[in-house]
Design a protein around this ligand. Structure first.
Ligand code: M6R
Length: 607
């Protein structure tokens, strides 16, 4: 995800900006750039690592004490020098850096094009520089307001003009933005750690706000112009904690990033009617209509995301779908015939087994689609189609936000294929579309119940074995919940379809045995409840993840972790969040190295 920097003060801006951008590197990026005002505005930008930008600045330094900077993670337009930020209007008097996605970019570009605007880049962001300059009439704040009134989507936008020296204007809609208050100098950044070595005093810019930054400080208003009083946030974190955004562990930080990850993954791809536009999914409607089989190849958490995908593809599209462990598929001689799509799912895009299975499927004539989080990864380069999950870099070995983004990616893909083959009518598209649009708020509300999950974790700390059960989509989520727990708590856990319990594992359930049940699917609710009763009859202890308005489960489970009611098709997305938190808190209580569990690596690039 892109990173933003801004500076106004007595120092030379370029080194301050460059240093801040380096501290935002962890967000991931493919190019970087800065603009500095010194009378006129000058820009330096380059594809690749920040060192390339550093070399450019050494060869052609920029003098000036106000500037903006950016690290770009490509969404519209390939990573190259021209698409790197900052972007200018044709006069070069207005520059912008932008984090987020302008959803109505094509419409705005056509409109400005018809007025004679020429664009240098393929980005959505450049439009914003043109819009600001078009509306400028001696007041940058007014021009920014008019510009963003036209833009739909998510953004943190920072604007500077040579007409108003020593002043930067920024707005936030969804994408993060903070102001660092120094002594006679002021900073802007996507994240606190970028400027924490300069100041510990911050103003957090909230959604829907505009901020005017000068060397003397910052004034915040709503985008509509109402005054805002914002308390200064004094940040006492040490450097290590700062890197984790104030959380104790990357895993927790990443769990809390999930509402934003859903928003980012959906942004610009889904409208209110459930129509989908997936920029790098290139197959045409005829291919989608003829498709007679879907293969999903993945490992670990990505495989569990695939289990959800199978349910979605089969239920929504009625296309037979096989989910294969990639390490089994690569040696399993799969019978790939007809018109098939292989969805290779991999956060890293570098997992050796997944690459091998993907190559095998493509070699046998299946069209390969990469569902991955890493732009430019091997998998994305080899696939005919790519669906990027936009979760941002995931540091914790135990995957959380990447998993959630994989689920969202598969709903989008199902809509894309379903509309083309008329398997998804307007009503269903709208239903799923609505479900995805309200999802960030629902995940946010589950995160609000962390204390309750932490209390439930206390009852699991000394367990010998823990079982996870569910049916259909709930079973898929149970698999992921179980893996999370074993990865970081080192407790033995096992997941199975709820109906399978009585065929063997029930022999292991005795007084006090913990069983976690995921129970959201209305069609099989009573069946899952029977399994709960089987557990209770043997004295087992049931922790249920269920809709918060489900009164029935309260009569059977020992503990209920509630999630907001959702369309059953989307239920699993929220249901996984309490399970992630449960694993986290059990591991924390047991004193483990949560972000780097023993014996495990983030990316398994060997067989
Ligand atoms: O990068 P990938 O998604 O291909 O990685 C696959 C698995 O190695 C990964 O999901 C692993 O299971 C994680 N540690 C799960 O938390």
């Amino acid at each position: 995800m892109c990173g933003i920097m801004g500076y106004v003060g007595p120092r030379e801006a370029a080194p301050v900006l460059l240093d801040g951008l380096r501290r935002l590197e962890y967000r991931g990026y493919d190019s970087a750039g800065i603009a500095v005002a010194n009378g006129a505005i000058s820009v330096r930008k380059a594809e690749g690592k920040i060192d390339r930008l550093g070399a450019l600045l050494e060869a052609a330094p920029l003098a000036g004490t106000a500037g903006i900077g950016h690290t770009r993670w490509a969404t519209h337009g390939e990573p190259n020098d021209v698409n790197a930020h900052p972007h200018s209007d044709p006069s070069g008097e207005f520059v912008v850096v932008h984090n987020g996605i302008i959803e109505n970019f094509s419409r705005l570009r056509d409109e400005l094009g018809a007025e004679g605007h020429d664009f240098a880049s393929d980005t959505d962001s450049e439009i914003l520089a043109h819009l600001v300059s078009r509306h400028y009439d001696g007041d940058l704040v007014a021009a920014v307001r008019l510009a963003v009134a036209r833009a739909e989507g998510a953004y943190a936008l920072v604007v500077m003009t040579s007409h108003e020296p020593g002043r930067i204007v920024a707005v936030r809609r969804i994408s993060p933005l903070v102001v660092g208050l120094g002594d006679g100098e002021t900073f802007l950044a996507s994240d606190i750690p970028a400027v924490l070595h300069h100041t510990r005093d911050f103003l957090v810019v909230e959604d829907g706000e505009l901020v005017v930054v000068t060397a003397d400080g910052a004034v915040i208003e709503t985008i509509e112009g109402e005054a805002v009083e914002r308390d200064v946030l004094r940040v006492e974190w040490d450097a290590e904690r700062a890197e984790k955004g104030g959380y104790d562990h990357f895993m927790l930080k990443e769990i809390y990033e999930q509402p934003a990850v859903v928003t980012e993954t959906v942004a610009g791809r889904l409208d209110a009617e459930g129509s989908v536009w997936l920029e790098d999914v290139r197959f045409d409607d005829a291919f989608a209509a003829e498709l007679d089989r879907i293969w999903v190849a993945a490992c670990g958490t990505a495989y569990h995301a695939g289990l959800v995908g199978r349910e979605i593809f089969q239920r929504i599209l009625r296309i037979p779908t096989s989910v294969e462990y990639a390490h089994e598929m690569r040696y399993g001689d799969p019978i790939i015939t007809g018109s098939s799509l292989t969805v290779a799912i991999s956060q890293s895009g570098e997992t050796a087994d997944t690459l091998a299975a993907a190559r095998l499927a493509a070699g046998r004539g299946s069209r390969l689609l990469a569902l991955t989080n890493v732009v430019g990864s091997t998998l994305s380069r080899e696939a005919a189609d790519v669906l990027y999950t936009r979760a941002g870099p995931e540091v914790s070995v135990a995957s959380t936000k990447a998993y959630l983004a994989m689920l969202v990616g598969q709903y989008l893909l199902a809509l894309r294929i379903g509309r083309a083959r008329h398997a998804v009518d307007a009503e269903l598209a709208k239903r799923i579309g609505h479900g995805l649009h309200v999802l960030p708020g629902q995940v946010e509300s589950v995160l609000g119940n962390e204390a309750q999950v932490a209390a439930a974790a206390e009852s699991l700390v000394d367990a010998d074995d823990i079982y996870f059960i569910g049916r259909g989509l709930d079973y898929a989520v149970a698999m992921e919940g179980s893996l999370k727990l074993k990865e970081i708590s080192y407790l033995h856990s096992e997941a199975m379809p709820a109906g399978e319990l009585k065929h063997g594992t029930l022999a292991l359930v005795t007084r006090g045995t913990p069983v976690v049940v995921v129970i959201t699917q209305g069609a099989v609710y009573d069946k899952t409840l029977s399994a709960v009763q089987e557990v209770k009859a043997r004295g087992g202890r049931v922790i249920a993840v269920a809709y918060e308005d489900d009164d029935e489960i309260l009569r059977h489970a020992d503990t209920v972790l509630g999630i907001p009611r959702a369309d059953d098709l989307l239920g699993p997305v929220c249901a996984v969040v309490p399970l992630q938190l449960l694993a986290y808190h059990v591991a924390k209580l047991r004193g483990h190295d949560i972000d780097q569990p023993r014996n495990l690596a983030k990316s398994v690039t060997v067989e």
